[in-house]
Design a binder for this molecule. Structure first.
Ligand SMILES: [Zn+2]
Length: 462
């Protein structure tokens, strides 16, 4: 008896191998349905024999599409056995019935005409119940029949799986990895036919600013209520938050970043993926000579070296400022000054030195010494220090990697670690540090990248 089973399996392997050798694409035709239930009808491949958790590809599809799937698999079933129990469908309101049968018929060497006739009757019975019949074909033996019966159809389901030790649990059944590949092939088709009430909405992405360039913040807005499993910008996972009722992420492109194409990848729990390319343009950078004020040693090589050395040290202190793992800001950001606000220096221009370039990574506002400075939004004061080049400095953490930085202040009027509200008085502007005259310098930092505050205010400002 054992010998006979072995021979039968060997025959099945040969027959299936021949089928895999040629693949045919058959167009899928829908069949209207008002039902609500998804049913998997078939043999041991439907029950999921060989999968560690049980349920095989049916369970995987159910988990990933977040829809219940009724498993009506019975190991060892032939098309004849299955046809006899077709009335089991009447316990449900079928919308889609996946049929996976035929393997046992092959093993028992049933004639091909008999298998096709049974399969045809099964499809007819499903159509009588106004459901979509989705024929899952291990090879491509049912292609013509599916076409004739206007059944939905997936061919070559065992292609690349059958006969591969790393994808099979025994001679006939896949393992988890094998079922995984089957589920991946079925998922997009099943998704198309699943009931409309659980059909997920259309999802699109909006990006602000519309033309991203070096030194810009990037706001990625997901239009739709479905929360993504992840959102990646150039391979890096971004944290999301709710902004104007939409799932949103904030990231940044460094002033010295390369230009060109950046990738955006969005994945949802139902398996859908959205991929977009984002083009980063070149920013015009004005070049200015280095002018070191007399109080910092004037324009001498020694003063230049000291300036660069201390800028690096101060940069490290600023980079080390912590951030909360949640959004602390509310609504839009306000300007740090009251009344008429005048920009005196833009973000991005560079001062050349012999060895390096010092970029102005912030916006300067006209402000005489002693002008009140207000928190641009709610957050926690995480830095209050005097720095040689930046003078008295305050940094507010708004959470999720977003900081606002206030520099060259004459007075700091908030204690470290204080929670502040948007618009709260925090300091007085001044002319401390590396300045040629009094002003308020603001930096906006996203994940340790200082971006253009004016661009930031355009997308997240009042
Ligand atoms: Zn400045």
């Amino acid at each position: 008896m054992k010998k006979l089973i072995f021979i039968l399996i060997a025959i099945a392997v040969i027959i299936l191998a021949i089928f895999f050798a040629r693949e045919r694409e058959v167009s899928v035709t829908n069949y209207s349905s008002s039902g609500t239930d998804i049913i998997a009808f078939g043999d041991s491949l439907v029950t999921g024999i060989g999968s560690t958790q049980g349920g095989g590809f049916v369970k995987m599809l159910s988990d990933e599409l977040r829809i219940p799937i009724v498993n009506l698999g019975i190991p060892g079933n032939t098309t004849t056995d299955a046809l006899k129990r077709i009335s089991q469908l009447d316990r449900y309101e079928p919308k889609v019935v996946m049929i996976l049968l035929g393997g046992n018929d092959y093993l028992l060497r049933r004639p091909k005409e008999e298998i096709l006739a049974n399969m045809g009757k099964i499809i007819d019975e499903i159509h009588k119940r106004a459901a979509v019949a989705l024929v899952l074909d291990l090879d491509d033996g049912f292609g013509s029949l599916a076409e004739e019966k206007k059944a939905a159809y997936i061919s070559g389901l065992f292609k690349g799986i059958f006969g591969r030790k790393n994808l099979m649990s025994d001679g006939l059944h896949p393992n988890d990895a094998g079922y995984r590949l089957m589920a991946d092939k079925i998922k997009p088709v099943l998704y198309k036919y699943k009931p409309p009430e659980i059909q997920s909405e259309e999802i699109s992405i909006s990006i602000l600013p519309e033309q991203v360039e070096q030194g810009d913040p990037v706001l990625i807005i997901i239009n739709g209520t479905t929360t993504p499993e992840y959102l990646k910008f150039n391979g890096k996972k971004l944290k999301t938050f709710i902004h104007d009722g939409k799932v949103t992420a904030l990231t940044a492109v460094d002033l010295r970043s390369r230009t060109g194409s950046f990738s955006l990848e969005l994945k949802f729990k139902d398996g859908r993926k959205i991929e977009r390319k984002l083009s980063v343009g070149e920013r015009y950078i004005a070049k200015l000579p280095l002018g070191i004020p007399e109080k910092l040693g004037g324009d001498t090589p020694e003063a230049e070296q000291e300036l660069i050395k201390t800028l690096i040290q101060e940069g490290k202190l600023i980079s080390a400022v912590p951030t909360a793992n949640k959004k602390l800001w509310e609504g839009d950001f306000r300007l740090p000054l009251a009344g008429l606000v005048v920009v005196t220096d833009n973000y991005g221009y560079s001062r050349q030195t012999v060895g390096s370039t010092i970029s102005h990574k912030g916006t300067d506002f006209r402000a005489k010494v002693g002008t009140p400075v207000y928190a641009m939004n709610s957050g926690v004061v995480r830095f209050t220090k005097y720095l040689r080049n930046y003078g008295h400095t305050v940094i507010i953490d708004h959470g999720l990697g977003l900081h606002t930085v206030y520099m060259h202040l004459s007075e700091i009027n908030v204690p470290l670690n204080k929670e502040v509200k948007k618009g709260e008085f925090i300091a007085k502007s001044g002319d401390t540090g590396y300045v040629l005259g009094p002003h308020l310098h603001i930096s906006v930092r996203i994940d340790d990248i200082s971006i253009d505050p004016e661009k930031f205010m355009k997308i997240l400002g009042e």
